[in-house]
Ligand binder design. Structure first.
Ligand code: C2E
Ligand code: MG
Ligand code: MG
Ligand code: MG
Length: 284
């Protein structure tokens, strides 16, 4: 920009850029206080078993109740948290809060639910991640197999190290899922070398079902592969009845998406999920 405007100009910010920089600095400042001011909140989206028509568990999804900007989604602040070194403390809070919620729901429902927690690369690769997981499980008396850690392929760039952590988690009995499966470059190689328990088929593959025959073929192949590798599999981002029917016909075992249930605050999530189960027979 400065160059285009000719010599002698050192740097010219457009008003847009200034706004972006200001917003960014502002968010970063506020994010430092968000935890202590209890502005972070977990929403919970239900995961359903299609064949059984039953609730499998929930995925915890972080939200920030920003005092001025209102409800912020993770895409608006997780990157910043990663870049300014806040992701570890936020991540610990997420893990702890999600397990606290799970232990409470286990008590009230008497059913075994699985809680899925998203973990950023920096958090996953931090030295004391395993210790944190063990401590949180112990604190809330949650059996290890009821926790599922979701990582993406970007976490696996340091492959040796991340594989060690995946193995150790599995050794504890904790489940590990590959989120947004199919969007990275090395999905198959990952499965060859990693003892993960689940893949979550990215919603970009679900979006155009059933009309898009390529996507239909790809989802079908991913389901077959998961089945022969004895991996659990969830289809993400199911929004319509047509998509749901296509997935049922393909024999997809578990599903998640707006069609079945939105992410909701804890107080409404459980009731919402059980209402959906009742409707699940005609919905699935
Ligand atoms: P994700 O883990 O792949 O989560 C699924 C995202 O898709 C969520 O967005 C969810 O609200 C949205 N979603 C669910 N069903 C549907 C659907 O039917 N249609 C559409 N269009 N979207 C659907 P959200 O909550 O905005 O989260 C975005 C991403 O932020 C997550 O993607 C995850 O990668 C990250 N994230 C969320 N919570 C946390 C967290 O506690 N820690 C970390 N490190 N990352 C998180
Ligand atoms: Mg996820
Ligand atoms: Mg995903
Ligand atoms: Mg994602």
């Amino acid at each position: 920009e400065a160059k285009r405007q000719g010599k002698g100009r050192i740097c010219v910010y457009t008003s847009d850029m200034t706004d972006t920089v200001r917003t960014r600095l502002n968010l970063e400042q506020c994010l430092h206080h968000a935890l202590e001011r209890q502005e972070l909140e977990l929403y919970y989206q239900p995961v359903f078993d299609l064949a059984e028509g039953s609730l499998v568990g929930f995925e915890a999804l972080i939200r920030w109740n920003h005092p001025v900007s209102g409800l912020l989604l993770p895409d608006q602040f997780i990157r910043i948290a990663e870049e300014c070194g806040l992701i570890q403390s936020i991540g610990s809070w997420v893990l702890d809060s999600a397990l606290q919620q799970l232990s409470q729901w286990s008590e009230t429902t008497g059913t075994t639910l699985v809680m899925a927690v998203n973990v950023s690369p920096k958090q996953f690769l931090q030295d004391d991640f395993l210790t944190l997981v063990e401590a949180a499980l112990r604190r809330w008396q949650v059996p290890a197999h009821q926790l599922e850690i979701e990582i993406t392929e970007s976490t696996l760039q340091d492959f040796q190290r991340s594989r060690g952590i995946v193995s150790a988690l599995r050794g504890l009995g904790v489940r590990v899922a590959i989120d947004d499966f199919g969007t990275g470059y090395s999905s198959l190689a990952l499965l060859k070398h990693l003892p993960v328990s689940r893949i979550k088929i990215d919603r970009s593959f679900i979006l155009a079902l059933p009309d898009n025959k390529r996507d239909l073929g790809l989802v079908s192949v991913m389901l077959k592969m998961a089945s022969s590798l004895e991996l659990q599999v969830t289809a993400e981002g199911v929004e319509t009845r047509q998509q749901a029917e296509a997935l049922q016909q393909l024999g997809c075992p578990t599903v998640q998406g707006f069609y079945y249930g939105y992410p909701l605050p804890a107080a409404r999530a459980l009731q919402g999920a059980f209402t959906s189960v009742q409707r699940c027979d005609d919905k699935c």
